[in-house]
Design a protein around this ligand. Structure first.
Ligand code: FES
Length: 131
């Protein structure tokens, strides 16, 4: 098997380019996709972060929220999550959001996810439950 034919392990993190750095200005959060995985990419105090785009309270999109000093605030009911750890730091959410490693190189933003992350973060969970 050649290198080109080798697939990463199911839980191996691979960095994927998701945006140009300029598409995520400081103080903003935007939605991007890695395959089926929907993520929120934010920049706060110059540093880029990537998280799941779904609030763990009732699945609102975190890319519709806003950044505050403590982290990312969900626009629906005001939960705040730490961008480094994903931990909920303000209710009503009690469960952490998934966070992904981010690299920036040559003006491009790369998000590190595994195939397992992509499968877990696919189309909106609530929609899946209804189908
Ligand atoms: S859905 Fe995010 S706080 Fe309720």
């Amino acid at each position: 098997m050649t290198d080109a034919e080798q697939k990463p392990a199911h839980d191996e993190v691979v960095f994927h380019r998701v945006a140009r750095s300029g598409q995520v200005p400081d103080g903003y959060v935007r939605r991007f996709y890695v395959g089926e995985l929907e993520c929120a990419v934010a920049r706060l105090h110059g540093k880029a972060y990537a998280t799941s785009n779904y609030c763990t309270h009732l699945d609102c999109l975190l890319s519709s929220g806003k950044l505050i000093d403590d982290g990312i605030k969900c626009s629906c009911h005001g939960s705040v999550f730490d961008l480094d750890t994903g931990d909920p730091i303000y209710p009503p959410a009690t469960e952490p959001i998934q966070v992904y490693p981010v690299r920036e190189e040559d003006g491009e933003v790369y998000v590190g996810v595994s195939q397992a992350d992509i499968e877990a973060g696919g189309p909106r969970r609530r929609r899946l439950r209804r189908d």
